[in-house]
Design a protein around this ligand. Sequence first.
Ligand SMILES: [Zn+2]
Length: 155
Amino acid sequence: MKFVVDLMLGNLARWLRILGYDTVYGVKDDEELLKISKEQKRILITSDRKLARKAKDVVFIKNGLSIEEQLVLLKKTLNLKIPNEPQLRCPNCNALLRKAKKEEIEELKEMIKRENKKWKPTQNVYFCENCKKFYWEGSHWKNMKKVLLKVAESK
Ligand SMILES: [Zn+2]
């Protein structure tokens, strides 16, 4: 299952990537969104009713839903699988993450020290080649897991 998400739903786009779904985001033009959806067989997710009417594979999400409610809606309408753990796709750019190398983790620890930040990366550190960004299982990760669990448990 692949997605193209309209500009109004940036948070959802990030979450879909966190869940491991290949998600295109950042396209402004409606016609372009429809074209990408059709040509790349991506399900269009939009809050624009007019746009939703023009698309074939589409989920309409009304304004004002929380991220949990949005994910529950996708779970119900598309039978979207919700993994218990965040998956390995960069929320920023959609690229697949890889495990960070030992020396990169050392570098990261140095950087954190220099910036006087309090994060403590555990052994599971991931890296996005595209954004040159690290991701690891910190408190943010735990919060994401909580949301995923709630969505997974919803009926
Ligand atoms: Zn990235």
